[in-house]
Each structure stands twice: as structure tokens, then as C-alpha cells.
Write a protein that binds this ligand. Structure first.
Ligand code: ATR
Length: 294
């Protein structure tokens, strides 16, 4: 890949700690290449003690936009000039846009999950009952997005540490739609009524590909869509359990690509080719596996 960078080239990037594993540079540069837009996207390893300096640097260098990843998504909020209502109620920013010296924080994760459910899960409308596993940062953005959908009447929120799920529900559930329970071998009855199950825990992620957040596939059924936010491996143990039960199962690549696509649009004003972004993510993951198996 050779691109003509010049004094006019605008800079995009991601800040995180660690950031070396991020797929965002590959994904965004592939879309920039395909659209011919004059931007370049790089990764910055920013330790927490230097977050304030990094955001000052963004202003000084007039960077066009940044993605924000772990552990800075919450802390960065207080350093920005404006934050969208959505990002404020989620309590996390994953995208910063700089316009005329003003830094505006967005959160595109909720958009990413809803769009992936539509495009890949085949769900134009969400079912009335959704089971959500997890209570960390990913679960927070997803729960917020689910509760915005009027057709979702009930969310069953399951987590290993119940207190964390209770705290999450207390923060976001303003319409009494969330039921909290422990994620364990007894979760089957809680899961069965759901038409959609989303795994927002990190269980099953490489290198623990033999693990699933559900002890076995009981509770999964053929009228259910299962989305795993894990995308490495691309076919997780949970997805295998889901397919055995006849359910439609998708991994987290769609969510990753659509949240990225929305950020791209915020920065450039152009909707990117999402298939190109997905392909870049797949090739990068394959290359990483090939290297670690060599
Ligand atoms: P993220 O920001 O990616 O969501 P996180 O905040 O570390 O990451 O949250 C990880 C989620 O995976 C949590 O819901 C966590 O459960 P706890 O709140 O009980 O820690 C869940 N998780 C991680 N490892 C797990 C395991 N072995 N079994 C069950 N849940 C697990």
C-alpha cells in the first residue's frame, strides 16, 4: 500500500494502553485507501498519566479525529469541550472529532451493535426480550442502545459478579425493563424467553477459544439470534453452541466495523465501504494467527 502523503494530509488515530493489538489502523486505512480521501490513521500508545498531555497535543497538532480505547474512554470525557448526550449517558467516549479547535466526544458503539444486528443478524426490529451477558464497558454501551429501542420490553442482564450488573442497571434502566441475575449454570431459564442473546463478556476470546460464557447450550433455541462481541476467534464456542441449537449466530466483527464506519463518517463526512473494513479486519486477524502459529 503506497499513498501520497502531503502537507495537506489530515491525521486520524487511536489512543489506548495497550494499543498495539488494535485493528482500527488496518480497518480505517483500508477504507481511506478505497475512498481516496486524504487522511492517514495511526495508533498512539498513551499511558494514563499522559492522557491530558495527549489531548492537549491533539489540539496543538490540530488532529482531525481520534478513537479512544481502554482505559481512557471514561477519563477523556472531562477533557473535551462538548460530549453528545448519548456518550454522556453511556459514560464513555470512543470517538473525538475536532472542528475549528473544538473537541467533541461521541460514542459509536451503540450504533455499531444495532447496525450489526440489522445487517448481519437480520434483525430489522429487535425482539421484545433480550438476554445480555456481561457488565463491563462493552455491556454498558449495548445496554444503553437496547433500552433506546421501544420494542425491547425486557432485558435480562446476567453477569458473574451480580453487584456489577445491578450497578449498571441502576445507572441506565430508567424504564424498569432490566432484570438482573447471576451468570452461572442456572441461567438457562432466564435465557430461554429471549429472541436475542448478546455476549458482552470477554469469555471465549483468544487464546481461550474453548470457553463459553454458557456452561452448555441449554436455553439457546432456533428462534434466537446470538451475537458474540468476541471476534477472535471468528467462530467462538458460544456461536458453535448457538448453531447446534439452530440459532443464527454472528461474531463481533460487524459491531467493530460499524462503530468504526460511524466514526469515519463523523470525521470525514463520507460513509465508508464497510465490506472493505471487514475484509481488512479479517486479513489482519489471519496474519496474526499465521505469525503465532509459525
Ligand atoms: P469490557 O470493557 O471489554 O467489557 P471489562 O470491563 O473487563 O471489559 O468486563 C469484562 C466482562 O467479562 C465482565 O462482565 C466480566 O465479569 P465480572 O464483572 O464478573 O468480572 C466478564 N468476565 C470476564 N471473565 C469472565 C469469566 N471467566 N467468567 C464470566 N465472566 C467473565
Amino acid at each position: 500500500m503506497t499513498r501520497d502523503l502531503s502537507a495537506d494530509t489530515r491525521l486520524l488515530g487511536v489512543i489506548g494502553d495497550p494499543v498495539g493489538h488494535s485493528l482500527s489502523p488496518a480497518m480505517h486505512n483500508a477504507a481511506l485507501e478505497a475512498t481516496g480521501l486524504d487522511y492517514v490513521y495511526v495508533a498512539f500508545h498513551v499511558v494514563p498519566d499522559l492522557l491530558v498531555a495527549a489531548i492537549q497535543g491533539m489540539r496543538a497538532l490540530r488532529l482531525c479525529g481520534l478513537n479512544v480505547t481502554v482505559p481512557h474512554k471514561q477519563a477523556v470525557i472531562g477533557l473535551l469541550d462538548e460530549v453528545t448526550e448519548e456518550a454522556r449517558s453511556i459514560g464513555a467516549v470512543n470517538t473525538i472529532q475536532q472542528v475549528d479547535g473544538t473537541l467533541r466526544g461521541h460514542n459509536t458503539d451503540g450504533y455499531g451493535v444495532l447496525q450489526a444486528l440489522r445487517q448481519e443478524g437480520g434483525l430489522e426490529r429487535l425482539p421484545g426480550c433480550v438476554a445480555l451477558l456481561g457488565a463491563g464497558g462493552a455491556a454498558r454501551a449495548i445496554l444503553h442502545a437496547l433500552l433506546q429501542q421501544q420494542e425491547v420490553e425486557r432485558v435480562v442482564l446476567l453477569n458473574r459478579t451480580v453487584a456489577r450488573a445491578e450497578a449498571l442497571a441502576a445507572a441506565l434502566d430508567h424504564r424498569n425493563a432490566v432484570t438482573v441475575a447471576r451468570l452461572d449454570a442456572g441461567s438457562t431459564a432466564m435465557i430461554r424467553p429471549a429472541g436475542l442473546l448478546i455476549n458482552a463478556t470477554s469469555v471465549g476470546m483468544y487464546p481461550h477459544a474453548d470457553q463459553s460464557p454458557l456452561t452448555d447450550g441449554r436455553g439457546l433455541h432456533d428462534r434466537m439470534v446470538v451475537m458474540d462481541t468476541v471476534y477472535n476467534p471468528s467462530l467462538t464456542m458460544l456461536m458453535q453452541q448457538a448453531r447446534c441449537a439452530g440459532a443464527r449466530a454472528v461474531n463481533g466483527m460487524g459491531m467493530l466495523a460499524y462503530q468504526g464506519a460511524r466514526s469515519f463518517q463523523i470525521w470525514t463526512g463520507t460513509w465508508p465501504p464497510v465490506d472493505v473494513m471487514l475484509q481488512a479486519v479479517r486479513s489482519r486477524l489471519t496474519a496474526v494467527h499465521d505469525r503465532s502459529n509459525a
